[in-house]
Design a protein around this ligand. Structure first.
Ligand code: NAG
Ligand code: NAG
Ligand code: NAG
Length: 555
């Protein structure tokens, strides 16, 4: 095999990142709705700007007879983003005419929720009362979510070419492949490009893994177009030819290969062979895993006196400060996954009453026996109470709160609970060596750490803890996996005061890695994802069937 090059020069294919969702947590859900009325309209809240939020109809169920507790057969398939708040509304109507116009039907009640609440409910089944007609009991609605298996599948594929058309006047070709998935409207979207194999007419490209969703949007019969190019230093890559296939065709033979003839080629005998391996990601069943969300807030003096407007802890009657904004942004999404909505909340770096003892892990509600606060509002309340009672002090130690949560996380290793610690802090960490060791220790536990840095500091230490560049280590021991996500709060401040959208972006960025961190944990521990007993479509994840070898066969 000749030298493999990365295609850094292919700037013309840049939109790749926008095509494959960066989050990797998109889940499609279907709904089963049981109620005793006639038809149901599902609406989704679209948020373009704060002022421009509107409910749009997503779809309607069929009309059913007015019998007790019937099931709607119609299912809705929605994209699911763990890290976003996806508001849904279910409106129920009594069919009164043949009209499509909803105002011609009797409104029977509605239910608003988020998709996260449905997925996060016990067994992903949520039962709620319908509301909307004052003084009337409108009945109950049951919404069920189920993950569709095929959307989390990835395939491993490898392609090779044989006797490719020679495009360079001197020497051989430098071929690479570009993959496109077809859209419903007949257009194509680029979804993968291979590396360049230099100076060959018989290239063997490296095997690559791609989500089925990116390749064909979960539709096995949709056309996948593959173009063959000859790489050129100046960027004007020569088109060699193309061929089409589908996921179904690709997945037909695991071990035998398929041959395609490349169109438009001067060579009549140009073939591609491939082999394709089905690789199933563990299903993300966060719904069977309780999330234990713990908040830790920095009460060191560097934040400034809370009574002063310059303080990061300033308690303004009009605005939430940075701590409260960050807490609310992240907490409001996470609380949907926590059915009891009781959150332990800790503070660190303060002198506590009555004796002025410095503490690096004190309960915000002042009750070490029961540090739980009720909902995010409860955490905020306890936070404000603490600001009034403790004295901001120092230094800034992270490791006590990390160890605090790790102690609990180390007790639950069966995948039934996953711990998320949100640390909000204003800067320089004083116990960096211990913090790193605590993180390395925690990296083998069911636990993720989110750090939000508030204020104007440089945050060098927090960037290091994030470990995106260099895997964090302590005294020669490396973290087993990346469990820390850091963001500077200032990157999310909207100058025009548009907090809703910028905080949604903050939450999205800090939460986006959590599902993968969770999956890495369950996978590394060999924990089988649990399946709902009612689910019919979810199959057990097939194991990786074969090891991958570059295909050397020539035709
Ligand atoms: C539905 O009916 C109402 C009242 O008759 C009317 O004002 C409205 O424009 C209609 N909407 C549509 C979409 O036809
Ligand atoms: C959740 O974690 C906290 C520590 O951060 C602990 O106090 C609490 O007991 C845990 N709750 C459960 C149900 O494990
Ligand atoms: C990390 O784990 C080791 C071994 O369990 C322990 O001795 C050490 O104290 C832990 N480090 C921190 C900073 O907690």
């Amino acid at each position: 095999m000749s030298g493999l090059l990365n295609m850094a020069s292919l700037a013309d294919f840049e939109p790749l990142a926008a095509v494959i969702p960066a989050t990797k947590v998109e889940i499609t859900v279907s709904f089963f709705i049981y109620l005793y009325i006639c038809f149901c309209v599902v609406c989704v809240l679209y948020t373009q700007t704060v002022a421009n939020r509107e409910w749009r109809e997503f779809g309607r169920t069929e009309v059913i007879d007015n019998t007790l507790n019937p099931d709607f057969v119609h299912k809705f398939i929605l994209d699911y983003f763990f890290e976003e708040r996806q508001n849904l509304r279910f409106d129920l109507y009594d069919l009164d005419s043949k009209s499509e116009n909803l105002s011609k039907h009797d409104f029977l009640g509605q239910m608003c929720c988020t998709l996260g609440e449905v997925v996060g409910s016990q067994g992903s089944r949520m039962e709620r009362s319908l509301v909307g007609i004052p003084g009337k009991n409108c009945g109950t609605i049951i919404v069920k979510a189920e993950e569709l298996g095929n959307c989390r599948e990835s395939v491993l594929m490898q392609f090779c070419g044989n006797k490719l058309d020679k495009k360079d006047f001197f020497g051989k070709s430098d071929p690479f492949l570009v993959f496109y998935r077809s859209n419903k409207d007949g257009t194509f979207t680029i979804c993968h490009k291979t590396e360049v194999v230099k100076n060959t007419l018989d290239p063997v490209w490296q095997a690559f893994k791609i989500p089925v969703r990116a390749l064909c949007n979960g539709d096995y019969d949709r056309a996948i177009k593959i173009e063959v190019y000859d790489w050129d230093r100046d960027g004007g890559h020569d088109y060699i030819g193309e061929f089409s296939t589908s996921y179904r065709e690709l997945s037909k033979g695991h071990s035998q290969f398929t041959v395609w003839e490349v169109s438009h080629s001067h060579f009549p005998h140009v073939y591609f062979t491939h082999f394709c391996l089905k690789y199933h990601k563990h299903l993300l069943k966060i719904s069977y895993t309780q999330i234990n969300f713990t908040v830790a807030i920095d009460f060191t003096a560097s934040n400034g006196n809370p009574s002063q407007p310059t303080s990061l802890h300033y308690m303004s009657p009009y605005h939430l400060n940075a701590y409260a904004l960050a807490l609310r942004a992240v907490g409001e999404i996470i609380q949907d996954y926590d059915s009891d909505k009781l959150f332990p909340a800790l503070g660190f770096g303060a002198k506590l009453p009555p004796d002025g003892r410095i503490s690096h892990e004190f309960p915000l509600n002042g009750n070490p026996e029961n540090p739980y606060c009720s909902g995010i509002e409860g955490v905020l309340e306890a936070y404000y109470q603490s600001l009034k009672s403790v004295r901001l002090y120092g230094p800034t130690y992270f490791s006590p709160v990390i160890n605090h949560v790790a102690r609990y996380a180390s007790l639950v290793k069966d995948g039934s609970e996953y711990f998320i610690l949100l640390i909000i802090s204003d800067g320089v960490i004083s116990d960096m060596a211990q913090t790193k060791e605590s993180i390395v220790n925690a990296s083998s536990l069911p636990m993720s750490i989110i750090i939000v840095g508030v204020g104007p500091a440089e945050f060098d230490e927090m960037i290091e803890l994030d470990g995106d560049e260099v895997r964090i280590s302590s005294r020669g021991r490396f973290a087993e996996r990346d469990i820390v996500q850091f963001v500077p709060f200032r990157d999310y401040i909207d100058r025009r005061g548009n907090h809703i959208l910028s905080m949604a972006r903050l939450a999205k960025d800090v939460l986006a890695e959590i599902p993968d961190q969770f999956l890495q944990y369950v996978r590394s521990r060999g924990i089988k994802p649990q399946h709902s007993s009612h689910s019919s479509s979810s199959k057990p994840p097939p194991a990786l069937v074969h090891p991958v070898h570059p295909l050397q066969t020539q035709i």
